[in-house]
Design a protein around this ligand. Structure first.
Ligand SMILES: C=C(C[SeH])C(=O)N1CCC[C@H]1C(=O)O
Ligand SMILES: [Zn+2]
Length: 597
């Protein structure tokens, strides 16, 4: 046993980490069974396994506290002790814990099983978000049809979940307070190990707002030209049902409505993939080959036979894409309802980024098998996707003919990328600023819905297609709000990914400051072992070291910094400022009038 050995603390944590491996394996196995077969029996079984894990984690935290390991003179022991003492919801008494897990899984089940009625055939009420509703939001150009699907989804996926959400707010607040946090928001932010991270979030949003206002103004102007002044205001909020995404978080699905140079050739990857009869399997093989080209890990055989990569015909699943680590040796899987199109080409790479991170840090003790900054985990796949989506790479895999773009095509491409990367920022900012306000009691429960839309308007200049009130409850119409998934990680990832991209492109010889033949937006790191080595070193540390240390070794920086993002998009930013001035496009927006003032 450990007590005899001189390295008592190390022996203790080695033992506990091997037990954690088995507990995490059991928890993620039960959760995967539920997520890939949404039944009441599987939901209950998952909650039972989590409840047992919570009981064990509580005992472990008490033992660590009693032994005062958090004060050890060994930094590694201190770090592990501090992390394992953070109990989160596990601190709750068993009945509160069960009530919380039941509320969250009820919201997740509702989200996963909600179907809506067809606009064109009201007796058919079997339409699912993926693929049916998303296809209509991307391809319909009828504002009435788009408003129909928007309202159907929010009324059925959001409003019925108000009581579960209220329970979730009450019980997460109780857990946070029992753990010594002022609120669940403060508990969420502590994972960034940086007391100033929330103010950096505010500063980054403000730094990018001028660029976003240029995009927002131009899109509103072009949408108004297409749909007319009855549908799109000249200076007000953009009605979000026109933007090609249920939550207005990315607008690239409907870029054909506002392509800067519509006569210029466009890299329409979706139709090219269809023409070449691409399979779902092929999308994952592309991603797998990319990581292998960098000298990184190949997908293990178990990935291919244990993942759920398309929606099964015979059972309900949680379609929202996710990557899973079963805390064994290379037992990693993805669950998603993949379709063959550009959107899922991105999502496949995003999820494979999580998988690669799992594989790179799997030698770490269980407690360190995670990212030191939640934003890192969400950035890995996106960095690879930045190379994949470049004209140079798409040509190398025969998905486009021209690998180098003339200035006008380049503006089209940069605009399309900005419609997901820049447009996303006010959305991501609002997802957590709203929940922080709710968790901190700054937004009264009577204002939970109107406050949500007020913030979407204030920070992003978008609004619902029709009036909403506090009889509605719209936030749970977004997966992450049902599933208790914090969102700052995605905002941070949208900034970090350009810092990673710049460092990797430089290592791959694909980028040099001031060299117009090697710019960030046409860099493709495919095949670069130098880039791969640096990425492996960064990822394999897992959560064993502070994120600023591993970031500095990787990119030379110690902070989240939008400079690389702004450099990537600079040609577009300059173009938009000139074009909006030339067209007389008004910038900015007023408060929404879709909520009672
Ligand atoms: C693809 C995933 C699973 Se981690 C996701 O939730 N994402 C990826 C980008 C933003 C966010 C979203 O869909 O809201
Ligand atoms: Zn992700």
């Amino acid at each position: 046993t450990c007590s005899a050995s001189a390295q008592q603390a190390h022996c203790f944590f080695e033992q506990e980490n091997s037990k954690l491996r088995e507990r995490y394996h059991a928890e993620y196995s039960a959760a995967f069974t539920y997520n890939t077969n949404v039944t009441e029996e599987n939901r209950q079984a998952m909650i039972a396994v989590y409840a047992e894990g919570a009981r064990q984690n509580k005992l472990l935290a008490q033992t660590i506290r009693a032994a005062n390991y958090a004060k050890s003179e060994d930094g590694n022991i201190r770090r592990q002790a501090r992390m394992l003492q953070e109990l989160g919801a596990d601190v709750l008494e068993p009945n509160d814990y069960l009530e919380l897990k039941n509320a969250i899984s009820a919201m997740q089940s509702n989200y996963a099983t909600t179907t809506v009625c067809s606009y064109t055939n009201r007796t058919n009420c079997s339409l699912t978000l993926e693929p049916h509703i998303q296809e209509r939001l991307s391809n319909s150009r009828d504002p009435a049809e788009l408003a129909w699907y928007w309202r159907e989804w929010y009324d059925k996926a959001g409003t019925p979940m108000r009581d579960n959400f209220a329970k979730y707010v009450r019980l997460t607040r109780k857990a946070a307070n029992l753990n010594g946090y002022r609120s669940y928001a403060d508990y969420w932010v502590h994972f960034y190990e940086d007391a100033t991270f929330e103010s950096q979030l505010d500063a980054t949003y403000k730094a990018l707002l001028p660029f976003y206002r240029q995009i927002h103004g131009y899109v509103r102007y072009r949408l108004r030209q297409h749909y007319g002044p009855e549908v799109v205001p000249a200076e007000g909020n953009i009605p979000m049902h026109l933007l090609g995404n249920m939550w207005g978080q990315s607008w690239n699905e409907v870029i054909d409505l506002f392509t800067p140079y519509p006569e210029r050739p466009f890299v329409d990857v979706t139709s090219e993939m269809e023409r070449q009869a691409y399979s779902v399997q092929k999308l994952f093989e592309l991603g797998d080959q990319f990581f292998q080209s960098l000298g990184m890990r190949a997908l293990p055989p178990t990935f291919w036979n244990r993942s759920v990569l398309t929606r099964p015909a015979d059972r309900e699943v949680v379609c929202h894409a996710s990557a899973w680590d079963f805390y064994q040796d290379s037992d990693v899987r993805i669950k998603m309802c993949t379709e063959v199109n550009t959107h899922y080409l991105y999502v496949v790479h995003h999820e494979l980024g999580h998988i690669q991170y799992y594989l790179q840090y799997e030698q770490q003790p269980a407690v360190y098998r995670g990212a030191p900054n939640p934003g890192f985990h969400e950035a890995v796949g996106d960095v690879i996707a930045l190379s994949v989506m470049s004209a140079k790479h798409l040509q190398s895999i025969n998905l486009t003919s021209n690998g180098t773009l003339d200035e006008e095509s380049r503006i089209n491409e940069l605009f399309k990328r900005a419609l997901s990367k820049i447009v996303f920022l006010p959305f991501g900012y609002t997802m957590d600023k709203y929940r922080y306000a709710v968790f901190r009691g700054e937004l009264d429960e009577s204002q939970w819905n109107c406050g949500f839309w007020q913030m979407r308007s204030e920070f992003g200049g978008v609004e619902p297609p029709m009036a909403r009130s506090d009889k509605d409850f719209d936030p749970p119409a977004k997966y992450h709000i049902d599933a208790d998934v914090e969102y700052l990680r995605y905002f941070a990832a949208h900034i970090f990914q350009f810092q990673f991209h710049k460092a990797l492109c430089r290592l791959a010889g694909q980028y040099a400051p001031g060299d117009s033949t090697r710019t960030l937006d046409n860099c493709d790191i495919f095949g670069s072992r130098r880039a791969g080595d640096a990425f492996k070193k960064f990822l394999s540390a897992g959560n064993s070291r502070h994120w600023k240390e591993v970031l500095e070794e990787f990119t030379g920086e110690t902070e989240m910094d939008p400079a690389a993002l702004l450099e990537y998009f600079d040609p577009l930013y300059q173009w938009l400022k000139r074009e909006n001035k030339r067209l007389g496009v008004p910038l900015g927006w007023e408060d929404t009038n879709k909520i009672p003032s």
